[in-house]
Design a protein around this ligand. Structure first.
Ligand code: C2E
Ligand code: CA
Ligand code: CA
Length: 673
């Protein structure tokens, strides 16, 4: 490479200046030399060449700060001479000496990247000195700009009006795959040209943002196009979109995406005037799998469920996971309700085959609610709610059912919401209270105990019985809180009764299914007994057969715990459930409460009467005490007493009353000592 030092441009004043004079005319050369020495004095060194070829050799062997160039040389003529020098000294400023004052020629030489020009006629020391300084400074600035352009992280291209490349920086060449040396003068592919702002995906999946502005390039109109690589930003955006749009576990569309899609579908239905169906799919027994087999198995099952659902629907149907074990399916077109029913039936059928989860066979069912647009509702929310409501209805019918939404369901949903809100409020305000209903000995009518029965606050806007609100309390997860209050109220009443009568009076407490499986029932009973200073025979727990059958082993363990404290256990509503009598034998219970429906049949149904007789006999054989509840008449009382029932409860004996009323009752009907 030529030995040329760029930094000398800046240091020219202090360390002297090397000028290469390329001039074949002896006279002109002398004149120039004269002016140069006059202008710069001893700080200047002059090299002289008479041909381009010699100039090249000199430049290879010497440091040159500026070239003074005549255009008419023996081996090169005119503007081409500038290009010839440029070709081996791209980085040295050039001042062209022209033979005349031709301004057009001046512009041409500048275009060929000379930095300045002077006409020989006008030449003098000052002009030459200014011209050289100007050229050096201009070159320095040009170098700086082009360095900035070259190192720019954005690709920069200057494009002529006819679409050929006039300039392309390094980044542009890399991004657009242009040849850094030969791209100038070649056309730029159409998709890379743009007016204004746009985004273009390049061959290597790179995404560039393209911005274009009009510029003047060498006095001609051109476009300056800037390409910014936004690939990583795009990727991040895409990933974010995916995270929002797709459920991470199953890969199905997410809840967000679902609502988005449904909204778009609804607006297109409006336009196309055809129907749309939404299926709300809820898994039955999923929670059980999740609880008993662990979350990993639960997740695995959900993935398999997603796969099976996906494989059961058409390509154009839209499937999403709404969360937990809830899925949704949108059928964007169908011709009849039968067709939707057919889809639902098919799904249910496909779920009859078991799944294999971590080596275990698992069978789960589906409950499907179906809503159609516009029939079931005219907005996204309305349609969703309708499908949800229908799903609840389907679930009520047992597993593997589907149900179309019907208008009247709306009322029951509103009702459910109203009740839930009211229950939440009354629990929060602790406004429930307890009535007590005495239990008497069939033989002598002496009080043997009483049952605590929860009551809704009387001044509430709604009027609900325990059979209506207890399931709601359970459903919204407040039964633990309410259950503790039942125990404490029963204990408080037992305390009052014991202080009044001087003997323990057993207060029975109804225990709901959830409470039974909440693990700490035994501990809670123990705590209450201790707190109120009561003997264990002051409390009895009542459970229904069906709640025990939910998980018999677990129920058995809890009941044994309770009985170990000395607290007795009764089976409530006996005869309505499905537990076999043989099973009864194994249950840790003390009392059988025969369901009211049997009692009601007395005098009307001989079969029931026969059953009552054998029930009592069997219970006694198992050493269980028998309570008959719902005794409303003397006839019933007599029959039950004759049949051998031990204890009676019912309106005929005493209606459930406030603690004060029952305290009075106790005064009149004291327990036998
Ligand atoms: P249950 O345990 O079978 O309670 C007996 C129900 O029969 C009570 O209804 C009682 O008022 C009613 N009853 C008593 N004698 C007669 C009668 O001679 N004829 C008629 N027709 N009915 C009679 P209630 O108080 O409405 O309670 C209904 C159910 O709500 C209870 O049935 C029980 O399952 C549940 N429950 C009540 N209190 C509680 C509680 O504190 N906790 C829980 N978990 N459930 C409760
Ligand atoms: Ca009961
Ligand atoms: Ca009962």
């Amino acid at each position: 490479m030529h030995a040329y030092n760029r930094d000398r441009f800046l240091a020219e004043e202090s360390s002297g200046l090397q000028v290469l004079l390329v001039e074949d005319s002896e006279g002109d050369a002398d004149l120039c030399r004269h002016y140069l020495e006059e202008g710069f004095g001893t700080r200047i060194t002059i090299l002289h060449a008479t041909r381009v070829e010699t100039a090249e050799t000199l430049m290879r062997n010497h440091t040159v700060d500026v070239v003074l160039l005549d255009l008419g040389l023996p081996d090169s003529k005119g503007v081409a001479t500038v290009a010839a020098i440029r070709s081996f000294a791209p980085d040295i400023p050039i001042v062209v000496l022209t033979g005349n004052r031709d301004a057009e020629l001046g512009i041409q030489v500048i275009r060929e990247h000379a930095q300045d020009f002077c006409a020989k006629q006008d030449l003098n020391a000052t002009l030459l000195m200014h011209s050289i300084r100007h050229a050096i400074e201009r070159h320095r600035l040009q170098t700086q700009y082009s360095r900035v352009l070259e190192t720019s992280p954005d690709g920069v291209v200057v494009l002529s009006k006819d679409g050929t490349v006039l300039f392309a920086n390094q980044m542009a060449c890399t991004l657009l795959d242009l040849d850094p040396i030969n791209s100038v003068g070649l056309p730029l592919p159409k998709k890379l040209r743009s007016s204004g702002n746009s985004e273009v995906t390049l061959s290597g999946q790179q995404v560039v943002e393209v911005r274009s502005v009009d510029v003047d390039w060498n006095s001609a109109p051109a476009a300056l196009i800037v390409y910014r690589d936004i690939t990583s930003r795009k990727r991040a955006e895409l990933r974010l979109k995916e995270l929002v749009q797709f459920d991470q576990l199953t890969g199905l569309a997410s809840r967000t995406y679902f609502f988005d899609y449904l909204a778009r579908q609804i607006s297109s239905v409006d336009r196309k005037k055809y129907l749309l169906a939404m299926l709300f799919i809820d898994l039955d027994r999923f929670k059980y799998v999740n609880d008993t087999m662990g979350h990993d198995s639960g997740d695995e099952l959900l993935c398999q469920v997603a796969k099976r659902l996906k494989s059961s629907v058409r390509e154009e149907d839209f499937l999403a996971r709404l969360g937990g074990d809830e899925f949704a399916l949108i059928l964007p077109s169908f011709s009849s309700p039968q067709e939707i029913a057919h889809v639902a039936e098919k799904l249910i059928h496909r779920f009859e085959a078991p799944f294999e989860v971590h080596g275990a066979e698992v069978t789960i069912g589906l409950s499907i609610g179906i809503a159609t647009y516009p029939g079931s509702g005219t907005g996204v929310k309305a349609l969703y709610r309708a499908a949800d409501t229908a799903m609840y209805r389907a679930k009520e019918q047992g597993t593997n059912h589907f149900q179309f939404y019907a208008d009247h369901m709306q009322d029951s949903v509103l009702n459910r919401i109203r009740i839930e809100q009211a229950v939440r409020k009354e629990v929060a305000d602790d406004r429930f209270w307890f009535a007590f209903q005495p239990l008497v000995s069939a033989g002598d009518g002496a009080t043997v105990g009483m049952e605590a029965l929860i009551r809704w606050p009387e001044d509430s806007t709604l009027c609900l019985g325990p059979e209506e609100f207890i399931p709601v309390v359970e459903h919204i997860g407040l039964i633990g809180q309410v259950g503790r209050k039942v125990l404490r109220s029963a204990a408080a009443m037992a305390k009052v009764a014991m202080e009044l009568t001087n003997v323990p009076v057993r207060v029975s407490v109804n225990v709901s299914m959830r409470q039974l499986y909440e693990n700490h029932l035994g501990a809670e009973v123990e705590k209450v007994l201790k707190e109120f200073g009561l003997p264990a025979d002051c409390l009895e727990l009542e459970l229904t057969e069906s709640s025990i059958m939910g998980d018999p082993e677990r129920a058995q363990r809890t009941l044994e715990e309770v009985r170990a404290l000395g607290v007795t256990v009764a089976i409530d509503d006996f005869g309505t459930g499905y537990s076999s009598l043989s099973y009864l034998r194994r249950l840790p219970v003390d009392v059988l409460k025969i369901d009211q429906s049997f009692v009601q049949d007395i005098g009307h149904n001989q079969e029931t009467e026969a059953i009552l007789h054998s029930l009592v006999g069997l219970a006694h054989a198992l050493k269980l005490k028998v309570v008959a509840e719902g005794v409303e008449s003397q006839i019933q009382r007599d029959f039950l007493t004759d049949a051998g029932c031990d204890i009676l409860q019912g309106f005929h004996i005493c209606r459930p009353g406030t603690p004060a009323q029952i305290t009075n009752w106790l005064r009149d009907h004291p327990p036998a000592l």
